[in-house]
Design a binder for this molecule. Structure first.
Ligand SMILES: Nc1nc2c(ncn2[C@@H]2O[C@H](COP(=O)(O)OP(=O)(O)OP(=O)(O)O)[C@@H](O)[C@H]2O)c(=O)[nH]1
Ligand SMILES: [Mg+2]
Length: 187
């Protein structure tokens, strides 16, 4: 089976490494080292390769090497006021292709007032449904989001298992009469 390639993006200290630790093992380290440039992790059990690109602007150019990845996880730091430019900088590159994206709102436990609402409003402006394409995570509540996120990733990465992936993604305007589509997000 071909491994699925997943790319994690997000500004520096957004919480990418911590979220991935929680997703993969259910446990996080207290003080993860900042990721330098990039980090590859092979998950042979689930046939996945995760590549975290550092939030350092120097790593932005590496996105081009990942445009054929199966999925992007765009991590947003909720502990600060929502910064449109911190997400736009990634979407500008992803906009050039049809890609599948899950947005991860990290650090829900210390979310800045209004940050979640602002992120949700931003996604709606992109005609995306935050109820389906956004997952909120926190290093203190791993058991609450780990299984649902894992299930979502499985549905997206392995549509042949028969799941209705449109339940996760469908845009704001999609209706029950829309034809089924394998394209979960076309930005
Ligand atoms: N309170 C809280 N702190 C978190 C959470 N996730 C990460 N942090 C902290 O935020 C800091 C940065 O976390 P990382 O996971 O290293 O962030 P990153 O996005 O991988 O950072 P870079 O690799 O440097 O781009 C660390 O001190 C973490 O302990 C969270 O859910 N809640
Ligand atoms: Mg990191």
């Amino acid at each position: 089976m071909r491994s699925k390639a997943i790319c994690l993006l997000g500004e520096k200290s957004a919480g990418k490494t911590t979220m991935l630790q929680g997703l993969r093992s259910g446990a996080v380290s207290d003080n993860p080292l900042p990721t330098l440039v990039y980090d590859n992790q092979i998950d042979s059990t689930n046939h996945r390769v995760y590549t975290e690109l550092s939030g350092d602007p120097k790593s932005l150019s590496l996105i081009a090497q990942h445009l054929k990845n199966d999925l992007f996880l765009v991590c947003v730091d909720l502990s600060k006021p929502f910064d449109v430019s911190a997400v736009d900088v990634y979407l500008e590159q992803l906009l050039t292709i049809d890609v599948q994206i899950v947005f991860i709102g990290c650090k829900q436990d210390i979310a800045h007032i209004g940050a979640i609402d602002e992120l949700r409003a931003y996604l709606k402006k992109l005609d995306l449904n935050p109820d389906s394409c956004l997952v909120l995570t926190s290093k203190n509540t791993i058991e609450q989001w780990r299984a649902p996120l894992e299930e979502k990733l499985n549905y997206i990465l392995n549509p042949s298992i028969g799941a209705n992936i449109s339940q996760f993604f469908g845009t704001q305007t999609s209706s029950a009469t829309s034809p089924p589509s394998n394209q979960t997000i076309s930005l």
